[in-house]
Design a protein around this ligand. Sequence first.
Ligand SMILES: Nc1ncnc2c1ncn2[C@@H]1O[C@H](COP(=O)(O)OP(=O)(O)OP(=O)(O)O)[C@@H](O)[C@H]1O
Ligand SMILES: [Mg+2]
Length: 405
Amino acid sequence: MDNLAYNLQTVTDKKSGVTRLTLTDFRNYAFLRMEAGLRPIIITGENGSGKTNILEAISFLTPGRGLRGARLCDIKRFTPAVVDDNYIPSNASWAVYSQIQKNGEDFEIGTAVENIRHDEEEEIGIYNKRIVKIDGQKISSQTELGQYLSAIWLTPQMDRLFRGGSQPRRSFLDRLVYAFDNEHAKRTANFEHLYKQWYQLIKNSNGRTDTLWLQGLEENMAAIGVAIAAARREQIARLNRFIETEPDDIFPNVMLELDGIVEKMLDTLPALEVEDFYREKLASERKKVLYNDNIEGVNRTDFKVFYKKKRMPAELCSTGEQKSLLVSIILAQTKCQILYQGFAPILLLDEVAAHLDDGKREALLIKIKELGLQAWITATNKELFASLKDNADFFEIKNNTAIRR
Ligand SMILES: Nc1ncnc2c1ncn2[C@@H]1O[C@H](COP(=O)(O)OP(=O)(O)OP(=O)(O)O)[C@@H](O)[C@H]1O
Ligand SMILES: [Mg+2]
């Protein structure tokens, strides 16, 4: 056994995943409890039964807005309007509680939404905030979650990832980076916040703004922007290196590239010089904001994927090929996480069988098994997973409950 295979084996012997999941007032579920093994979990059910909602709930055990990028207020279970005289509207909010296992150690992770009342200058309002508890202790930043659990998801929306605008590709890439650099989530959120402030300030004042204030924002944006670009570059290089040395035998190997002005400059210049350049560029482009022109920078970077053997850009590949390229990326990412982070991510695969031919679907299941991964897989047709008969947990969702099959 070579070194890499040995290293993978030593970590995959210790498994990670969610062993118990409890949902309260989450989407279509008033209450749901599921117990699962550290192996594939196949969730079947009719359209609209609540399969994707379970995957979404698990995605909330990691930082961010979950696999649908949803607004917190949409997640709380809608109860039917007026029913009868006994109908009592519920004020409770939603919650996801889980028991997780990471390399043989057990933890409890819970997340819920709190209605927070704010009382400012005689204006009273309520806003929602997601709170997270690990082993009963409230944590101040979701970033900490990354040390306990990591999830990688593939959703049907991502079938169009390579064809549409760059934003979803950028988010996909940034999530791959978070797993290795927990601060990356904070940086991207900060950058977005600063950019909005900068943009609004210029727009609202028609270009006649307090320049000191703008300079301050530009300085911060340049510093954070270069850190974002550097972290993305590092992750792309890590994945390309891994694929180069450990090409997959079934899924088409990919070559990954970044198409962004800041990332490109880091090829040849030291970070401090790129930071100066970015700051000056932002300052010189204030006018562009007034004319609604695009401002190049880390908020517009694109993530380019190529089918390596064919030298074909992903957007020109067939639907099934594009899906296979995505699987290829998440398999490489998973293996890198196991190797370098020391624990396996959970895979959340929503309708993953769509567009994959039988050979690819079976190959993916074998790989999941070989790597000892916990994978939550949804499907409308259970038969597609018959080969996992004795090696998976099967659930059917019916009437808002999960029935073990
Ligand atoms: N906040 C909410 N409260 C109650 N029900 C909701 C809420 N948000 C979504 N739903 C409902 O939950 C149901 C299940 O949605 P989900 O996306 O999980 O279905 P699915 O089983 O994945 O279906 P498909 O096979 O079509 O993908 C839908 O009917 C949807 O309208
Ligand atoms: Mg679904």
